[in-house]
Design a protein around this ligand. Structure first.
Ligand SMILES: [Zn+2]
Length: 69
């Protein structure tokens, strides 16, 4: 089963346009942010430094790019 909540929008956190399933920001619980920032916030919560967040996002991007094609 596949749900389709994909949308296009501008992320208020990083200011980039995104296409995908937005995430709810943990900072105020009402702002919709891009999937990348959603992942970053989760990783921040786990105490991972930005350099590690970048590595993980890089891996995720490679996998999602394969899925889209
Ligand atoms: Zn963002």
């Amino acid at each position: 089963m596949k749900t389709n909540n994909t949308r296009r929008g501008i992320c208020p956190k990083c200011g980039k346009e995104y296409i995908g399933v937005p995430a709810l920001s943990r900072t105020d619980n009402e702002t919709m942010i891009c999937p990348d920032c959603g992942i970053r916030e989760s990783l921040e919560t786990l105490g991972l430094p930005v350099s590690e967040q970048d590595k993980i996002l890089d891996v995720i991007h490679k996998h999602t790019a394969e899925m889209v094609q």
